[in-house]
Design a binder for this molecule. Structure first.
Ligand SMILES: N[C@@H](CS(=O)O)C(=O)O
Ligand SMILES: [Fe+2]
Length: 261
């Protein structure tokens, strides 16, 4: 079988090697590292998150993060070193930056025709920018579940590993006398984003799945998660037909800082 594990386009080996430090006198005349617009975006996102922000999901200026994402003039060679494609997977999650522990910046490379499972976002903000191709987002309402003693409880209730969030639940699953029967998740909307598009998702808006609608083109997106809750505690995925949730440890990075794991 052909090797399906490939860098999205350019080979990293073709790229110029950055000096380890511009102050490394052993290397002779310091060569300034080449900073591109993608590096500048990463730096601006971190500045916006600030030293004291991003530790919880309150106090984050989502509009400013979206503005920065929108303002980035994308150039494929700048982000390509992080964009590993793997056609044996629906998508790869490639860590670009740890945001000083306050965020995760990821490049996701989507195999044609594939998508993510329906999932929540672990009480974090997610800002997404399409770098290449198209992606279709389907947003679902939260299912309601029968909690202990029959109490009505949403999927991010007290049993969750991370703080619960305020959100509204679909009521379709409610059966007779307070019992909740399995019910298909309600679709709230479906939107296709094109190259350059920016969107935002959080548990307050519901659940979602993202898929690459193209039959033959890879799609690439940039995702900022703050705080990095899913990387630490995982998240939940949901069955579209029954609303049943399962916890998953969403900690796998296909590559980190441009190096494949
Ligand atoms: N939130 C998903 C990608 S997406 O479907 O928004 C993840 O980090 O894997
Ligand atoms: Fe997501």
């Amino acid at each position: 079988m052909a090797n399906t594990d490939q860098k999205f386009a350019a080979n990293q080996a073709d790229l110029p090697t950055k000096p380890t430090s511009i102050h490394d006198s052993a290397r002779g005349t310091p060569t300034p590292p080449s900073i591109n617009d993608f590096d500048r975006l990463v730096s601006s996102l971190n500045t916006t998150l600030g030293p004291s922000n991003g530790l919880d999901s309150a106090g984050i200026d989502v509009e400013e993060l979206k503005t920065l994402m929108r303002a980035y003039t994308s150039s494929e060679p700048d982000w390509n070193p992080y964009a590993f494609a793997d056609y044996s997977r629906a998508y790869t999650r490639n860590l670009v930056d740890y945001g000083n522990g306050k965020s995760n910046l990821l490049i996701l490379v989507w195999t044609p025709g594939k998508g993510s499972p329906i999932h929540d976002h672990a009480n974090a903000h997610c800002v997404m920018r399409i770098l290449k191709g198209r992606l279709t987002e389907t947003i679902y309402a939260w299912p309601c579940q029968s909690g202990e003693e029959g109490a009505r409880q949403c999927a991010t209730g007290p049993a969750s590993l991370y703080p619960s969030t305020e959100h509204t639940c679909s009521r379709r699953g409610e059966g007779v006398e307070g019992t909740l029967e399995p019910a298909a998740l309600d679709v709230r909307r479906e939107t296709t984003y094109h190259e350059g598009g920016v969107t935002y998702m959080s548990d307050q808006l519901g659940l979602h799945r993202i898929a690459n609608p193209s039959a033959d083109e890879v799609a690439v997106s940039l995702h900022l998660y703050t705080p990095p809750n899913a990387a630490k505690h995982g998240c939940h995925i949901f069955d579209a037909k029954t609303g049943k949730k399962s916890h998953v440890a969403q900690c796998h990075f296909y590559s980190e800082l441009g190096v494949k794991n």
